[in-house]
Write a protein that binds this ligand. Structure first.
Ligand code: NAD
Ligand code: 2HG
Length: 385
């Protein structure tokens, strides 16, 4: 029996995907965590924990280096909620240029007023169209590429910026979208700018005072990525100066409160029934595959590995990516008189992962010998079903 602990509200669609070999939230020392936005940066992880899946895209709530040191495989589910974010971002762009929030507030507060007269005297009620306006999309991954394509289809002139664009993402982007070589090139002529990058050291304050200086007066900025990618104080100063017209974000902050030129949503970009279902289902599949076969793909800290299990026993080893690990592992097997049926190894950054398949059941002696190899972090035995 495997044990899974969940954090946050995990969609039942995902929980239903676990087979009857899994117990959910029954014990405190589980094999797997399935989480959403729960902050794990300072968490203590139970000794038995082997895998943690963040159902969603952003993984800045996971201490990836520490998880690697503990031999815990980490995953996210990028793309599972990208369509949800695309839809809310496009809604917000249109709501912004048509001033729909102040207009709706006005109507709600003036039920008995003569609205047609107010329409003539209040210039806020005349919006603009998005067609032929320039949209800069910063980050063209799962979310950014969908936003860029959809805005392009609605007649916007779209400029994308992503210095690390993957070839998969490049294929997804419509050919008439302009690709900028620098952030400045992307934002300088934009009427609207939307950020879709991960939060990390490089992207913290990506949109700061200097970046705002390079923008056109009257620009609108959207941040549905993470708090801190846009420097909120710089935006507030630019709103006060009239340089920025509006700021729309999924991440509240004291400096943004009580302003008519700011719209805040409470981190709901990926909160749709479909998106939460997608993330939880993917999470449940990742956990079962990793626990039952050792195979994995697109982990945040370990290499891809996909080898069918033809032998009755498999040992998986998480270790440092240094010379002669495979040699030492093979030698320990030979010293214990174990014949290797299959052996695979891969590396990702400083981490490496080796899977060794045997006909015979691994002995305590073999396992202890493997654990004793310097820089081996975790040794696990999997028995074929
Ligand atoms: N509001 C929400 O609920 C919500 C939902 C989903 C995602 N997000 C956030 O949006 C981010 C993007 O999600 P995604 O699914 O598109 O992720 P993704 O990994 O598919 O795409 C991120 C893209 O950003 C690019 N990038 C990285 N650094 C960059 C930089 N300095 N300048 C320009 N581009 C850069 C990458 O090359 C990649 O193509 C997530 O990391 C997450 O923080 C928020
Ligand atoms: O899990 C959530 O509610 C938000 C997810 C979103 O921020 C993400 O990064 O995928």
């Amino acid at each position: 029996m495997y044990n899974v602990k969940t954090f946050n509200a995990i969609s039942q669609d995902g929980l239903d995907k676990f087979s009857d070999k899994y117990q959910i939230n029954q014990i405190d020392n589980p094999d797997a965590y399935l989480i959403r936005s729960a902050n794990m940066l300072d968490a203590d992880f139970p000794e038995n924990l082997k895998v943690i899946v963040r159902a969603g895209a952003g993984f800045n709530n996971l201490p990836i280096d520490r998880l690697s040191e503990l031999g815990i495989a980490a995953f996210n589910t990028p793309g599972s909620n990208a369509n949800a974010v695309k839809e809310v971002v496009l809604s917000m762009i249109i709501a912004s240029v048509r001033h729909l929030f102040p207009v709706a507030n006005f109507s709600a507060n003036n039920l008995h007023a003569d609205i047609s007269k107010m329409k003539k005297i209040d210039p806020r009620f005349k919006g603009t169209e998005i067609r032929d306006k320039t949209l800069a999309v910063i980050g063209l991954g799962h979310v950014g590429s969908l936003v860029a394509n959809a805005a392009n289809d609605l007649g916007m002139d779209v400029v994308g910026y992503d210095p690390y664009l993957s070839s998969d993402a490049a294929w997804r982007i419509e050919s008439d979208i302009t690709r900028a070589n620098t952030l400045e090139d992307a934002i300088k002529d934009a009427d609207i700018i939307t950020v879709h990058v991960p939060k990390n050291d490089e992207t913290t304050d990506l949109i700061d005072e200097e970046a705002i200086k390079q923008m056109k007066t009257g620009v609108s900025i959207l941040n549905y990525a993470r708090l801190g990618i846009v420097n909120n104080q710089a935006v507030v100063d630019a709103l006060d100066e009239g340089k920025v017209a509006s700021y729309i974000t999924d991440f509240g902050d004291d400096v943004l409160m009580n302003r008519e030129d700011v719209v805040i949503t409470p981190h709901i970009g990926g909160s749709t029934v479909e998106a939460e279902g997608n993330g939880a289902v993917r999470g449940a599949k990742i956990i079962q595959r990793y626990l039952e076969t050792g195979n994995l793909s697109q982990s945040l800290n370990l290499p891809n590995m996909n080898v069918s299990m033809h032998s009755p026993y498999r040992i998986t080893l998480i270790h440092k990516n240094i010379p002669n690990m495979v040699g030492q592992i093979a030698t320990k097997a030979a010293d214990n008189n174990f014949n290797i049926n299959q052996m695979s190894n891969g590396a990702k950054g400083e981490m490496a992962y080796t899977m060794v398949d045997f006909c015979d059941e691994p002995t305590e002696q073999l396992l202890n010998d493997l654990k004793s190899i310097n820089e081996v972090i975790r040794v696990r035995v999997i028995k074929r079903k």
